[in-house]
Design a binder for this molecule. Structure first.
Ligand code: MGD
Ligand code: MGD
Ligand code: SF4
Ligand code: MO
Length: 705
């Protein structure tokens, strides 16, 4: 790497690619950081162009307050803005009680911010009503991982293990577009003679790499996984020794799977029986194998059971709890992993502790210096919280999300946001959600501040400040500090990220996601390759002893479950699951299935990437991807605007006709607001366990403009 460059990490996805930043006359430049192991210097176009969003031309540089006189957002001082937010929240609290204040966070926030936000909600506001956008992301995989293994860490092994296994089933991940530098792990897998199976209703750039591509109807992965398990049993390819020694609950799970005959699964999923057999053969012939899931199977109203079925397949074949084998989830957002561990989730305290566990409450309350009984109980999940705005939630503080674009049934969510007594949004840019706010707080972003993030492997990384923020912006930590002070909490909300991290270490000590042995000093060591949690400290008592700690320190845990699973008895739990239909199926009125997802050059709600010229040229707007047969039947031509109608609303976007999608399904990316907003259509049907909305399947009809 360039000697003057600061080593840091990309602002966007969970791969958290290492990059270097230099500041020169031409502005901030990205240089390669080949020594960082996860991406080895490679970056996608989003990461390469990320400095464009640092520019004052596209971002917020002063607080805004909605004027009573004009109804418009007008520039204000920080003093006024923080005062207005504190007043808005306190008024709600006085008039309607603390639970009338809502807080909504994001999986892109650093560990320090996520921790401070959770503490702010529970201690400074005293509200139970906090959740975050990660609920829309990997919550089903997290719930299934907890249920089966007793612990949720997206990948229980480093990505570097992937090329060394024998077979990978990649379910509903388009990582060639969503984590391009990670594609090299699959390329190496194939070079090493390993097999790749991709399960996706579309023949994506990722699916093109596969030895076998299974293209199920959206929403039928549960049947598919059960059908594969049925065949594994029928063909005598279970690993009985592993099942006996390392698992519990097999008889019930086996019986449930046996009801899923291959022919029945073919009828439900559209995947032909010979393909099911080929998949089982590839998977079972391999000495070791992995199943990796992403949003395809997870963002369903049965996502938890679906991931559970894929885990059962791993367990039944002995592909878990040993090297180069296992189930993993490819988490999505920059701090998607850490963001779900430290307390911005409705039911959770730092260190992945449960809010309902008396011992956890006592421990964290001790660190926070409050009475355990003063901590509220669990609140609502993300969609339920958004749906309650204007009902019993009257004010909302939102940090790190843009639900006007990204929430399911977005027109309804937008209407709920508008119905609030008071909305405050902290953001880098004037997002579609910030545009609705009473107060907008302009904050610093990635390269302008230091903080830790935990990537999809469970690797805790230090993302360092590399440039100075423009005048007029403050960090999210400053915002929380200022608000807490006005709400009567002068202490407990420091602005220095390292100070917060040291508190987080203590709060997480002894919990499932134990960070107590990790320090900023340690994260700076070597190539900055980070430390995998859990990483307990031998003795954390004097928190300042980091320097000397290094020698005897716990090495961190790159690979989980090798000796035992994290359940009470150490055994992995099979869960008996059976197929069920999507919340909405195609019918005469809405005969086509809609699925949604991403394109390479845009990120999420697009709030950041839609402000980068190069990315807009590559991906200028929404589209409706449909098969030539469907297009011919409806007489839709390439590029022609198509109206897509669901029970929630309508959206219009140009047709993109391709043989790479099933003919009963259309696909829309969700990165844009306005008339092409995919989330005007999506179904907020929730998974009963994870409360994940069904982004990946709903019923629609297409109309020509
Ligand atoms: N370019 C880009 N990269 C990103 C992001 C981004 O917005 N843009 N976001 C980041 C985040 S937060 C996340 S969560 C990840 C998401 O990463 P991915 O999960 O890879 O992304 P998606 O495009 O949402 O969905 C993946 C695939 O699921 C398929 N799919 C749809 N329905 C089904 C189904 O019913 N079953 C199966 N098996 N597959 C289905 C879609 O066709 C799609 O190809 O990406 C991260 N990286
Ligand atoms: N139809 C459909 N909808 C989906 C999905 C799908 O597949 N299909 N996927 C879902 C998934 S997986 C996800 S993760 C969500 C994501 O959807 P969103 O939650 O909307 O995600 P972002 O667009 O990343 O929003 C982050 C916001 O925070 C701002 N921001 C960035 N950094 C900071 C910071 O440090 N502090 C503060 N205060 N703000 C910051 C950004 O500018 C942006 O406005 O979308 C979900 N919605
Ligand atoms: S793959 Fe993800 S982390 Fe890497 S450069 Fe692209 S957006 Fe950034
Ligand atoms: Mo996500």
């Amino acid at each position: 790497m360039h000697s003057k460059a600061t080593p840091t990490h990309c602002p966007y996805c969970a791969l958290q690619c290492g990059m270097g930043l230099t500041s020169g006359p031409g502005g901030v430049e990205v240089v390669e950081r080949p020594e960082f192991p996860v991406n080895g210097g490679a970056l996608c176009g989003k990461g390469r162009t990320a400095p464009a969003v640092l520019s004052s031309r596209v971002r917020l540089t002063e607080p805004l307050i909605r004027s009573h006189a004009t109804g418009r957002l007008e520039p204000a001082t920080w003093e006024e803005a923080i005062g207005r937010v504190a007043d808005g929240l306190s008024r709600t609290r006085t008039e309607h009680g603390p639970d009338a204040c809502g807080v909504f966070g994001g999986g892109g926030l650093t560990n320090e911010k996520a921790y401070a936000l959770g503490k702010f909600a529970r201690v400074a506001l005293g509200t139970s009503q906090i959740d975050y956008n990660g609920r829309f992301c990997m919550s089903s995989a997290a719930a299934a991982g907890q249920r089966a293994f007793g612990l949720d860490r997206g990948l229980p092994f480093p990505l570097a293990d992937v090329p060394r296994t024998g077979c990978v089933i990649l379910v509903g991940s388009n990582l060639a577009e969503t984590m391009p530098p990670a594609l090299r792990y699959l390329t190496e897998l194939k070079e090493n003679g390993g097999k790749l199976i991709v399960v996706d209703p579309r023949r994506t750039r990722t699916a093109e790499q596969a030895d076998l591509h299974l293209a199920p109807r959206p929403g039928t992965d549960l049947a598919l996984a059960l059908g594969l398990l049925h065949l594994v049993v029928a063909e005598g390819r279970t690993d009985e020794a592993f099942i006996a020694e390392r698992t519990s609950g097999w008889e019930e799970a086996r019986a449930a799977a046996m009801a899923h005959w291959p022919e029945y699964v073919e009828r439900i999923s559209g995947v032909a029986v010979p393909q099911l057999r080929d998949a089982v053969e590839m998977f079972c012939d391999a000495e070791s194998a992995m199943v990796l899931t992403a949003r395809g199977p997870e963002q369903q109203s049965k996502g938890t059971d679906t991931v559970g079925a894929w885990i059962n397949l791993c367990l039944a074949t002995g592909n878990a709890g040993r090297p180069l084998a296992g189930y993993g989830c490819l988490t999505g957002q920059g701090n998607g992993q850490g963001g779900r561990e430290h307390g911005q989730k409705a039911d959770q305290l730092p260190g992945y502790r449960k809010l309902t566990d008396p011992a956890a409450r006592a421990h964290v309350a001790g660190v926070w210096g409050v009475d355990p009984d003063s901590l509220p109980g669990p609140g609502r999940s993300a969609y339920e919280l958004l749906d309650a705005l204007g009902g019993d939630i009257k004010s909302l503080l939102l940090m790190g999300s843009n639900p006007v674009v990204s929430a399911p049934r977005a027109a309804h969510v937008e209407e709920r946001l508008r119905s609030l007594d008071f909305l405050a949004v902290a953001d880098v840019v004037l997002s579609e959600t910030a545009q609705l706010a009473d107060v907008v707080l302009p904050v610093t972003q990635w390269a302008e501040e230091t903080g830790t993030v935990t990537n999809l492997e469970g690797r805790v990384l230090l993302r360092r400040q590399a440039v100075t923020a423009p005048d007029g912006v403050r960090s999210d930590l400053d915002v929380l500090h200022g608000l807490a002070a006005r709400l009567g909490h002068e202490k407990g909300f420091p602005t220095d990220p390292e100070e917060i991290f040291d508190e987080l270490r203590r709060a997480s000590a002894g919990g499932p996601a134990d960070y107590s042995g990790i320090s900023y000093a340690r994260l700076k060591e070597g190539n900055g390759e980070g430390v995998f949690w859990p990483c307990p400290a031998e003795d954390l008592a004097p928190a300042e002893e980091e320097e000397e700690e290094t020698d005897a320190a716990h090495p961190g845990t790159p690979r989980l479950f090798l000796d035992r699973f994290a359940t009470e008895d150490g055994l992995a739990r099979f869960v008996p699951v059976v197929h069920r239909a999507a919340a909405e199926e195609a019918d005469a009125e809405y005969p086509v299935l809609l699925t949604t997802g991403r394109v390479l050059a845009q990120y999420q709600s697009g709030a950041q990437t839609r402000r980068v010229d190069e990315l807009n040229s590559a991906a200028p707007g929404p589209f409706v991807e449909l098969h030539p047969r469907l297009a011919a039947r409806l007489r839709i031509e390439e590029g022609e605007p198509v109206t897509v109608v669901s029970r929630r609303g309508r959206a219009v976007a140009p047709a993109r006709i391709t043989g790479a999608i099933r003919s009963d399904t259309v696909f829309m990316p969700f990165h844009w607001p306005g008339e092409g907003r995919a989330n005007s259509l999506t179904n907020p049907a929730l998974d009963p366990v994870s409360r994940m909305p069904e982004f990946k399947v709903c019923a629609v009809r297409l109309e020509r403009e």
